[in-house]
Design a protein around this ligand. Structure first.
Ligand code: IPE
Ligand code: IPE
Ligand code: MG
Length: 250
């Protein structure tokens, strides 16, 4: 698989992941949770069943990331292109997201996460939009950050940022202007982007922010992602040499 090296030489279960994360200076992981539909189809189930189990996989991953000291996580939950899916599937994904948001509020004390919903909330309808905004406000004092990309498109985000800047009267923009007007203005760019499901593409995710992110693709379908697969991705990240266009003097 492209970019993927098997970590067969290391016993992943015995690693001190907090130390691995801290040594690797890993503060933000973004996940493209792909493969829910195929997971369900492989089991003779409707695609919606894959999305349901996919939410549980996300809960596990989010909990582990926090345990390992990762300050920010971002998940790609629904893209601006995903509206083209069958109505039943779109409705079920929205229902699951609505449910997840209600539960996140109830589990606030345990989660300790500050939520941001990235994307245009208008198209979500007034109820879900209000729920997202309430969750953002309700969790605003929590130390960890969870970004949920929902009705999110990387190109859409950049166009919106530029239009906001024009509305503010700018006639020329800088990189800093764009970075401070995109949906992720509150957090650093992702150090690592993990895509499950075997496809090696970005699919319009974090186009601006991924300029120097490390990319990690794995074949595991999202509902099967768990602690072991997360450890594999983090360990692989810890081996990467990030140069940011410069040279490493060691
Ligand atoms: C990702 O899984 C979840 C969403 C896009 C909401 P998919 O539904 O794309 O699963 P596959 O790629 O069809 O297996
Ligand atoms: C990307 O997955 C979007 C999300 C995970 C929400 P897709 O399944 O929509 O991507 P493509 O169509 O395979 O590129
Ligand atoms: Mg897919």
């Amino acid at each position: 698989m492209l970019f993927k090296k098997k970590n067969t030489d290391i016993d992943l279960s015995s690693l001190d992941m907090k130390k691995v994360v801290s040594d690797a200076k890993l503060s933000h992981i973004a996940f493209i949770m792909d493969g829910n539909g195929r997971w369900a189809t492989n089991k003779g189930l409707p695609r919606e069943a894959g999305h349901k189990v996919g939410v549980e996989a996300f809960r596990t991953i989010a909990k582990k990331c926090k345990e390992y000291g990762i300050k920010t996580i971002t998940i790609y939950a629904f893209s601006t292109e995903n509206w083209s899916r069958p109505k039943n599937e779109v409705n079920e994904i929205m229902r699951l997201l609505d449910k997840y948001i209600s539960e996140a509020e109830k589990e606030d004390a345990e989660n300790r996460s500050r939520y941001y919903v990235l994307g245009d909330k208008e198209r979500l309808g007034p109820e879900l939009k209000a729920k997202c905004e309430y969750l953002e406000e309700f969790t605003r004092d929590n130390p960890y950050v969870v970004n949920i990309a929902l009705n999110y498109g990387g190109r859409d985000e950049i166009v919106r940022a530029v239009n906001k800047l024009i509305a503010e009267g700018k006639t020329e923009v800088t990189e800093e202007d764009i970075s401070s007007h995109i949906f992720t203005a509150h957090c650093p760019d992702p150090d690592l982007i993990v895509r499950s499901g075997g496809e090696c593409r970005i699919s319009n995710f974090l186009m601006w922010q991924s300029a120097y992110s490390e990319l990690y693709f794995c074949d595991t379908l999202w509902p099967d992602m768990g602690d072991y697969e997360l450890r594999e991705a983090i360990v692989e990240f810890s081996k990467r040499k990030r140069r940011f266009g410069g040279v490493i003097n060691k």
